[in-house]
Design a protein around this ligand. Structure first.
Ligand SMILES: *Cc1c(COP(=O)(O)O)cnc(C)c1O
Length: 392
């Protein structure tokens, strides 16, 4: 652990996470529950530590994508409700019940499977119904001609033995995209979602059935569509402080990815740097090597395009990014020396900009920070935990 800590590491600022949680809670207002999306190891930030903090702060729910992710949290003493957004094989239903994990139910076939398994186990599986209103991924199809069969399927699931329907949700496809067309699409998705809920509750009114937790607001909707908050919001990216809406909401980046200069050399003009020789020095150039490459999560498509922050400002990255290393131009940065810290992205070097430069979204860059990169967690400015995900 100590051996790799000063190579390249990710500082996870739990105070920034707390700030973001509180700001978002204030933004959505009282009476709206808060689900923190911590799938994919909390977008690369470390789901156990992030969940621990959210639990301490009083968040209402967590969401992950698989039973393995849910179990990791349960085995690390996360006791708050956890929703699995993806599919769980029927053989695992008993475990879901035993560990009090909530499962999304996305179609008739899954509802039947889960009900059968829950009855076999002699227990009750808590579920949230997923409605497909236009994302065209998971969920009961309810658009147009499918409305009737969709609602019927949902009502059927609500009546199945072994299933306890706690909530219903849908997912927006373009709530974070600009333009009138995307606004109309999102509003249509929301209207359809509300119509499905109304119709299902109407058909089940003899049982006085109501969905206790109706939710749909992801990051884009939390930022731009307050009418969609319903009973609970469900942001991921915003919680971590990235994306175009983060700044206006007063959110802070939770991850700062840092590295150190491991070697510096001075080359004459006409020297080709790294694989393929795509960069050639035009003058005497002082080149630093940082132990951060595509195996750590750097994107090779950023080769010769991006900039790394040093204590003397931004340094151009030079030549092809390698598996374990990349080179930067330190010619006019004499105070940056071997051992100096640099910031790849974070508080002083915008992740949003780096993502745009790579032709992708910030999500992909934090998720890509590999298991070789230790995460160190900070609370009130002090390191409270270090995590390396290698088997040792
Ligand atoms: C990932 C995910 C979210 C969170 O999305 P953000 O854009 O990060 O807010 C919410 N809901 C579902 C179903 C998801 O899969």
């Amino acid at each position: 652990m100590e051996s790799t800590l000063k190579r390249t590491w990710a500082e996870i600022d739990l105070d920034a996470l707390e700030n973001n949680y509180r700001k978002l809670r204030g933004h959505v207002g009282d009476g709206v529950k808060f689900l923190g999306v911590v799938k994919a190891d909390a977008y690369g930030h470390g789901s156990v530590m992030v969940s621990r903090k959210l639990q301490e702060l009083g968040a209402d729910y967590l969401a992950v994508s698989s039973i393995d992710e849910a179990m990791e949290l349960r085995l690390n003493h996360i006791t708050m409700p956890i929703l699995i957004l993806g599919h769980t094989p029927r053989e695992q239903v008993e475990r879901l019940i035993a560990y009090d994990i909530t499962q999304a139910v996305t179609c008739e076939a899954k509802a039947v499977e889960y009900s059968e398994e829950a009855r076999k186990a002699g227990g009750t599986l808590k579920i949230h119904i997923k409605v497909d209103t236009g994302m065209s991924r998971l969920g009961y199809l309810c658009e147009g001609e499918h409305f009737d069969t969709g609602v019927e399927g949902i009502c059927h699931a609500c009546s199945m033995e072994g299933l306890e329907v706690e909530g219903i949700f849908t997912h927006f496809a373009v709530s974070d995209e600009p333009g009138e067309e995307c606004r109309a699409y999102t509003e249509h998705q929301f209207e359809l979602f509300c119509k499905v809920i109304d119709e299902a509750e109407e058909r089940m009114k003899d049982n006085n059935f109501h969905f206790a937790i109706r939710h749909c607001a992801n990051t884009g909707a939390v930022a731009r569509y307050p009418q969609t908050y319903l009973d609970m919001v469900r942001p991921g990216l915003l919680l971590y402080g990235y994306g175009e809406f983060a700044e206006e909401l007063g959110l802070l980046p939770v991850m700062t990815l840092k590295s150190t200069i491991s070697t510096i050399k001075i080359y004459p003009a006409g020297t080709k740097i790294s694989y393929g020789g795509i960069f050639e020095t035009s003058k005497t150039t002082r080149v630093g090597v940082i132990p951060y490459g595509y195996a750590d999560g750097f994107f090779r498509c950023l080769s010769n395009k991006c900039r790394i922050m040093t204590k003397q400002g931004l340094a151009d990255q030079l030549g092809k990014i390698c598996m374990d290393m990349s080179m930067i131009d330190l010619t006019d940065k004499p105070a940056v020396d071997v051992g100096s810290e640099v910031e790849i992205f974070g508080k002083n070097n915008s992740l949003n900009e780096l993502a745009a430069l790579a032709g992708t979204i910030p999500y992909e860059l934090t998720c890509a920070v590999s298991k070789r990169v230790p995460r160190s967690y900070y609370c009130h400015g002090e390191m409270v935990e270090k995590e390396l995900m290698l088997r040792m």
